[in-house]
Design a protein around this ligand. Structure first.
Ligand code: 6CS
Length: 312
């Protein structure tokens, strides 16, 4: 039997490595009774298409992210808030897997036909631009490409920017044609999508962490035997444990490669500069709670409590 696994990134990316690891693990555990076909982004449509295919069961497994699911599962927009997760990557990884807030959030995914099998940080979100950005005022009128989530938009509006949603695969050409001034993504993605060729600056802004979500179609999941479910869970856990080190390595080596092979200037923000962005971004939290209601607020509070505990 063959299961289809779609993700939203190119070959060799963090999501692709996760998918390949899962494939290897589940094929081994089932002695080849289960085979996985991995489809990277583009082959089955863009991120939003893939979410739809997963929801209606046309594909069994997939990786998406809060940015592409935010209009469907409003509560997941909390990951689009800035300065929320601890900047220590190991702690962030631990939290998205073990905070009680995640159980409540996973329930929201289930209501939209997605059974969550794993969460994993993919790297810090960094800004690239045709100008240097070191304080919120630098964002005034700046056209930044983001994913199409209301909370991402709101977060950039708090800085005075003009957020513009564009499909991932069109970002490079939009930058090249100066239709937008900048974009935001983890370093590994800035490298593999070659954004460094068409941007002058990369700010090590680290205002958020990009998280991926490994999900199964719910009816497909329900159709599996208890033994098969255990194998799938174990394989997912293996992939989740593996990806922490893999994404750290990938982001680090690709930063070096950008430094060596491109003209793009790398701008490190000071703690004081980051603090100003943090203060400016806080109204987006109120926006999230007001717009999405009680459960969203409770999930945010639970997560913030766990962040406080783990960073103490
Ligand atoms: O910015 C985006 O749209 C995409 N970025 C990454 C790193 N993964 C998938 C997502 O679609």
């Amino acid at each position: 039997i063959t299961w289809t696994f779609a993700h939203e990134e190119v070959q060799g990316s963090v999501q692709d490595r996760y998918a390949q690891k899962f494939k290897e693990a589940i094929e081994a555990k089932t002695d080849g009774a289960v085979k996985i076909d991995v489809y990277p982004v583009g082959q089955l449509g863009d991120g939003a298409n893939q979410v739809e295919l997963l929801q209606n069961g046309a594909i069994q497994l997939g990786i998406n992210n809060p940015g592409s699911v935010g209009t469907l599962v409003p509560e997941t927009n909390l990951f689009s808030l800035h300065f929320l997760l601890p900047s220590d990557m190991d702690k962030a990884h631990e939290l998205v897997n073990n905070s009680e807030a995640m159980e409540m959030l996973n329930q929201k995914y289930l209501e939209k036909n997605m059974k969550v099998l794993g969460w994993f940080p993919e790297g810090y979100q960094m800004w690239t631009g045709n100008k240097k950005i070191t304080e919120p005022a630098d964002f005034e009128g700046f056209k930044i490409r983001t994913m199409a989530s209301p909370v991402i938009s709101e977060s950039y509006k708090t800085y005075g920017a003009d957020p513009t949603p564009i499909p991932y695969m069109e970002v490079y050409s939009s930058l090249q044609l100066n239709m937008i001034d900048g974009q935001v993504n983890p370093i590994f993605a800035i490298e593999e999508m070659k954004f460094y060729e068409v941007q002058d600056y990369m700010m090590l802004s680290n205002q958020a962490i990009f998280v991926g979500t490994f999900v199964a179609n719910d009816l497909f999941w329900d159709s599996l035997s208890a033994a098969r479910k255990e194998q799938v869970k174990a394989a997912a856990d293996e992939a989740t444990a593996y990806i922490l080190g893999a994404q750290k390595d990938l982001n680090a080596t690709r930063l070096e490669s950008i430094k060596e092979n491109s003209e793009m200037e790398i701008v490190e923000l000071t703690p004081a500069q980051r603090e100003k962005f943090k203060e400016a971004s806080l109204p987006a939290r109120e926006f999230y709670v007001e717009k999405y209601g009680e459960d969203a607020g409770e999930i945010l509070e639970m997560l913030l409590e766990d962040v406080a505990k783990i960073t103490k």
